[in-house]
Each structure stands twice: as structure tokens, then as C-alpha cells.
Design a protein around this ligand. Structure first.
Ligand SMILES: *Cc1c(COP(=O)(O)O)cnc(C)c1O
Length: 361
């Protein structure tokens, strides 16, 4: 299906199709979209075809499209940064596209040619470069998505798909400072089960997580900490981020055993911590171990990792009736150092020994 080189056509937005750029000091998240999008189609007959960078617009989808009924939908989240000397960089984009193909395989969706899509993405970000904000900490969020578009109600993998990429300028995540979160340890609802789809970035996982998220918000918490689905003991993730604990000198994150999303920020943090000489463990950790370490003072730090926030320090965990505060509720030194280092690499102000940065243009 990849024997034919995928052609990408370019339809530039006309001046009257171009939108007014938003106020850079008040961008929010995910409500404003750039002038262009990338789309391509897949059918069993023709493979990937009709690839185009075109003006951002609605597209027509049949109400019987299988995505609406059986949920074959996968996505990615990555960013472009305007950094040193006004250069624009992507951060590990090939890893995102590779992960998307892994999600595709899990959801019985077609794989796509990663190199061609990355080329098209770079061209599109270049075309929309004025949309990449220049204010501190802001970036262009990039959302590749694939949905089953075949109109049919029989339950089986669809034979038609739409792949698209849309982009939106987003403000600095920590507009009000690098402030720690208060986390509710969820002991009833679960995010993912062994053998399920927790390691795929598929839409249903996020729909399934809303109830717990809402409950936690109502009780005054920022996010939920997810425990494993079988024993409700092993820590898995925090909200839609991977989770880390620094206990004495050991940096711990749960292993990728199928129910955890393999985060690219997670991988970058593991690499940096190893570079800096930390003892790093990808191992199972129970909520009891976390609470005990919290009480004894051995738990020095905890933080979530993900593209949106990069590093999100945890100030407090509450499980059933018990709460433990970490580092007096303040962000820890390692969390700060990781955040600063990753941002410096992402924005081009720091050497990039692992070749994570990709320049656009
Ligand atoms: C996207 C995501 C992450 C973070 O992945 P990054 O590649 O670091 O952005 C972690 N957990 C879940 C459930 C996610 O969807």
C-alpha cells in the first residue's frame, strides 16, 4: 500500500480565508485554529490518497461513519515552539507519529507513511508559522487525528478513514507559576485494563475518564491518580499524564506493561535523569508505598509528565481519608530542573544531545 509515493497537494488559503490572529496574551487551550489543515483519505482499494494541505474548514462525514458508532478514533498531541532567533522547532515529532501508528495497529486502523506525513506537517507549520506564538512559554499545539469514515453499521474494522492534522496556538501552561496540584487517588473507577487499549491514544479512553475527573474536580482536586484495574493498588498514571516519584534518591515511574500510555515526555525525563546520574527505575509501585514514603518523609517529589504541561508537580495526594503532602506542598528541585531543561531544549536555548529537536523550514 506504500509502494506508490504519496503526493501532497498544497491549496493555500486565500487572503479572505485567512483568520485574524488571536491576542497572544490570552490564548487559552484549543479553541482557535490556524489557517491550514492537513488531510488525507484511506480506502482499502486505494490506500492513502488525496493528501493535501488546505484551508482549515469543515468536512462532511456521513452520520453512519463508523467512528460515531464504534469509536475507531486515534490522535496525537505535539507542539511547535518559537525559540532562539525566531526559529521554529518540533520536539520528537517522529516519536509521536510512530506512536500513532502503534495506536492504529491496536485499533485495526491502517498505518500511514510517517516520513511523508512528517514532511507535510513541517510544510504546514512553515506555512502557518505566523501562528506560532512568540510569547514566553506559549507554543503551537498540533493534533494529528484519524477516524473511521466508512458509512456502515456492521461491527468490523472500517474500510475508509480520514487522517487530519489541525493546529492551535496555546498559551503558557503555567501562566500563574509552576504550581503543584492536589491529586485524588481514584479507588473505584479505572482508566485502563490489562489487555485493553490503555497504551493507545484512542478517543474512548478519554471519554471513559471524564466521570472520575469530574468527581475529583467537584471535591476540589486538580486531577485523579489512576490505580490498576485488578487490585486497585498499583499506581498507573495521573490524569492524562505519566507519573513519577522521587523516593530518597530513586526516581520511579510505573513500567509500560500495556495499560499505560508510553509518553514521549516520560521517555525524555527518564533519559535526562539517567544523564544526570539519578538511579532510575521503571517498576511497579503501590499506593501504599507512596503513602508510607510520604509519611516518613522519604517521598521527596512527585510530578506528572506530558506534552501540554511538560512537568506538573504534585503537592498532595489524598487516598480514601488519608492525605500526604509532598515537599511542604511546593514544587521540588528535580521537577523544576527537568521543566527548565526540557523547555530550554524545546525552545532551542540549550544543546540537544539526543537530537530531539526538528527545525521547521
Ligand atoms: C498523551 C498522554 C500522555 C503523555 O504523553 P506525551 O507523549 O508525554 O505527551 C500520558 N498519558 C496519557 C493517558 C496520554 O493520553
Amino acid at each position: 500500500m506504500f509502494n506508490k509515493e504519496l503526493e501532497v497537494t498544497l491549496h493555500k488559503a486565500s487572503t479572505d480565508q485567512m483568520k485574524q490572529k488571536p491576542d497572544q496574551s490570552n490564548l487559552g487551550f484549543g479553541q482557535i485554529f490556524t489557517d491550514h489543515m492537513f488531510t488525507m483519505r484511506w480506502t482499502r482499494q486505494d490506500g492513502w490518497h488525496k493528501a493535501a494541505i488546505e484551508p482549515y474548514d469543515n468536512f462532511i462525514v456521513d452520520p453512519a461513519a463508523m467512528v460515531f458508532h464504534y469509536g475507531q478514533a486515534i490522535f496525537e498531541g505535539m507542539k511547535a515552539y518559537r525559540g532562539k532567533d525566531d526559529q521554529i522547532f518540533l520536539f520528537r515529532p517522529a516519536d509521536n507519529l510512530n506512536r500513532m501508528n502503534q495506536s492504529a495497529v491496536r485499533m485495526c486502523m491502517p498505518r500511514f507513511p510517517q516520513d511523508r506525513v512528517l514532511q507535510a506537517l513541517r510544510a504546514m507549520v512553515y506555512l502557518d508559522q505566523e501562528w506560532v506564538p512568540g510569547t514566553e512559554g506559549a507554543s503551537l499545539y498540533i493534533r494529528p487525528t484519524m477516524i473511521a469514515s466508512e458509512p456502515a453499521l456492521g461491527l468490523r474494522p472500517a474500510e475508509e478513514y480520514i487522517f487530519f492534522i489541525i493546529c492551535c496556538p496555546v498559551g503558557a501552561y503555567y501562566a500563574e507559576g509552576f504550581s503543584p496540584t492536589k491529586i485524588y487517588v481514584e479507588d473505584e473507577f479505572v482508566r485502563a485494563v490489562p489487555g485493553g487499549v490503555g497504551n493507545a491514544k484512542t478517543a474512548g479512553n478519554y471519554a471513559a475518564s471524564l466521570k472520575a475527573q469530574l468527581n475529583a474536580h467537584d471535591k476540589g482536586y486538580t486531577q485523579v491518580l489512576w490505580l490498576d484495574a485488578i487490585e486497585h493498588r498499583y499506581v498507573e498514571e495521573v490524569g492524562t499524564s505519566n507519573i513519577f516519584f522521587l523516593i530518597e534518591g530513586e526516581l520511579i515511574t510505573p513500567p509500560l506493561e500495556g495499560s499505560i500510555l508510553p509518553g514521549i515526555t516520560r521517555d525524555s525525563v527518564l533519559q535526562l535523569a539517567r544523564d544526570w546520574g539519578y538511579q532510575v527505575s521503571e517498576r511497579r509501585i503501590t499506593i501504599d508505598e507512596v503513602l508510607a514514603a510520604g509519611k516518613s518523609g522519604a517521598l521527596k517529589e512527585s510530578f506528572g509528565t506530558g506534552t501540554a504541561a511538560v512537568i506538573s508537580p504534585v503537592g498532595e495526594f489524598c487516598y480514601k481519608e488519608q492525605c500526604v503532602q509532598i515537599n511542604g506542598g511546593a514544587a521540588g528541585d528535580l521537577a523544576k530542573r527537568l521543566y527548565d531543561e526540557l523547555q530550554a531544549i524545546q525552545f532551542g536555548y540549550q544543546e540537544d544531545p539526543h537530537k530531539w529537536r526538528v527545525r521547521v523550514g
